[in-house]
Design a protein around this ligand. Structure first.
Ligand code: SF4
Length: 330
């Protein structure tokens, strides 16, 4: 189903300028933007993926990954098609860049599904799998419906959006996991077809206003030096050292056939990042401890064995041992 795009300008000769994301595509009649899901039809810009779901599942919330937001619970997870990045190492390329089959769900139908999933311990809806910000017109309508019914809204995103559209939906978002794919402009330009600065702006804009966790996929030889990991984690700590950073291991996918991230690289990256941040986790690779400890007294707050999660010493948002605030939403 198609819906008129929320943020764009009409130009001369039926051209349009999309203002949803920092690509700010100028689109001629009959043409699509970089994300492929916005099309100029005779001078009006439409999103063609409105309500179209390519993937629907109930997942552990740790799989998003979110480790400090309702640990141990599940979440209904949905995704559409399209992406405004072109990462050669995309781990979800079939739905992001190819034509996956979709099923339409109106906002009320998604709410009914969220209600059914309550029985499976789901806390709400995660918009994930491809790039949820490319679902912007649907999000604008569905987020308030889900939130007003008492559910949580979670976005797993590349953070590549303009500030004005982000501000318009932020009050309805309870948590985000934002990819910070590298700390190099060149990496973003060459590997993703985007820019680093707007992603940093998104993280700064969201942190402190809603729950934020960050993920960095370490791609062998492209963004995995100790210097870059130090710079990235130092910058994140400047916003808030308690923002959880998930370092994720890469596996060859889509157009990139570099070797998988090594165990030694993951261990090094964790050690470097943990000098700057209170919570650094390792994902996509077995054998690393991913427990959450109290930053004050080091008591075990949450233990994790894969997706087996146990809450040990949490009393609401406080450590039950020393009484200090623990930055977990529970
Ligand atoms: S949302 Fe799509 S069409 Fe709009 S600026 Fe971004 S990539 Fe271009």
């Amino acid at each position: 189903m198609k819906a008129e795009v929320a943020f764009y300008r009409r130009l001369e000769e039926k051209n349009v300028n999309c203002e949803v994301c920092p690509h700010n595509c100028r689109i001629k009649p009959g043409r699509r933007g970089i994300c492929r899901v916005r099309v100029n039809l005779d001078g009006t810009l439409y999103a063609t993926n409105y309500g179209e779901h390519s993937s629907i599942a109930v997942d552990p919330i740790e799989k998003k990954p979110l480790y400090h937001f309702f640990p141990g619970r599940n979440i209904l997870s949905v995704g559409t098609v399209g992406c405004n990045f072109s990462c050669g190492f995309c781990q979800n390329y079939r739905i992001a860049h190819e034509d996956a089959p979709t099923r339409f769900l109106s906002p009320d139908e998604l709410l009914r599904l969220a209600e059914e999933c309550r029985a499976r311990d789901s806390v709400g809806v995660a918009y994930t799998y491809s790039e949820p910000l490319m679902w912007y017109e649907y999000l604008r309508d569905v987020l308030p419906v889900i939130k007003e019914a008492g559910f949580k809204n979670v976005l797993v995103t590349n953070g590549y959006i303009n500030p004005q559209p982000l501000e318009a939906v932020l009050p309805h978002i309870d948590a985000l996991n934002i990819d910070l794919k590298s700390f190099s402009e060149e990496f973003y330009r060459r590997q993703c077809g985007g820019r680093l600065e707007p992603v940093k702006e998104t993280i700064k804009l969201c942190a402190g206003r809603t729950h934020v966790e960050v993920t960095t996929l370490l791609v062998t030889g492209l963004n995995d030096t100790p210097e870059e990991i130090d710079e990235l984690s130092r910058w994140l700590a400047g916003i808030d050292p308690s923002i959880p950073l998930h370092l994720s291991a890469y596996f060859p996918a889509y157009k990139v056939s570099l070797p998988p991230t090594s165990r030694a690289t993951m261990a090094m990256a964790r050690e470097v990042a943990a000098r700057n941040l209170n919570y650094v986790y390792v994902g996509n690779m077995a054998g690393f401890e991913n427990d959450t400890l109290c930053p004050h007294c080091r008591a075990l707050l949450v233990s994790r064995r894969g997706y087996q999660v146990r809450i040990d010493n949490l009393d609401g948002d406080r450590c039950a041992v020393c009484g200090q605030t623990a930055p977990l939403v529970n």
